[in-house]
Write a protein that binds this ligand. Sequence first.
Ligand code: GLY
Length: 341
Amino acid sequence: MTDRRLFLKASVLAPAALAAARAGATEPRGPVLTRPCVVSTWDFGVAANQAAWAVLSKGGRALDAVEAGARVPEADLKNHSVGRAGYPDRDGHVSLDACIMDEHGGCGAVAAIEHIAHPISVARRVMEKTPHVLLVGEGATQFAVEQGFPREELLTPESRAAWQDWLKTNRYQPVANSEVGTYGKTGPAPLGVPGGPGNHDTIGMLALDAAGNLSGACTTSGMAWKMRGRVGDSPIIGAGLYVDNAVGAATSTGVGEEVIRNVGSFLVVELMRQGRTPQDACREAVERILQRKPEARDLQVGFLALSKTGEAGAWSIQKGFTYALCDGVRQDRLLPGLSTY
Ligand code: GLY
């Protein structure tokens, strides 16, 4: 039996056995960043981190940094998995999901919002201007317009052409659980397979500011060609993002349904509270997904975490997940996350 299988067995059988297995865990720890710092998912996190760093390096608040950073891929017309130019649902509607969380446990989110290019900023307004946490669909768009956000067409000619291409070959069947190796057929499903189209997905960003406060942001256009109304993990507090200013923060990317089923980001932060390193906590969250649903090994889910002390960590089901980090000594750094397979 492999070490991993032994570990899975131990974790099913008894928490004490799990703890013992963990005590012997030898996986390398993630990098320790200097304060202030920011980490974010995927290659496009490098550019996003620069916008966040512009805030952090001047002594700015982590919340302002993650909002500024998340807006970069939201505005990038070459990015078809976040914001404007995101690939649409199977009916041709671009619908976006985002959430944000601050150092006080405040949070705001929008889900299935349409015609608004910067859902992360609307999520912040939900947090700061309403008594609610999550606005969805038409109500979210209405709120955004009332707040002064322009109502726009987000479907670009390239995204429309890709959608029409998909319609021709896929018989209107959404593929929420894209298998590795099928992305080229099922759509751009940018889940981090090397060489896969786009090779990108949700941006999740976590920042620790000079004052020692944590915040996080997460934004996506979700699964390409999804069913109308489908919402992934990214706007769900505890699934796509969680911040506890006393402990650390975590965010996720990949097949959102699997993250929601396991309340992934909350789990990562709770494991860190129990003493796990960020990397080990991310690994355990991935293992939980695989315990419950072994066939999830054919999917991609990745977690990224940052502790209160600036230690980062990442783990994914499949190889190919990357994360970007930036602090006073390391700029533009892109690292591979470790993976179970
Ligand atoms: N993780 C993005 C989504 O599933 O929508």
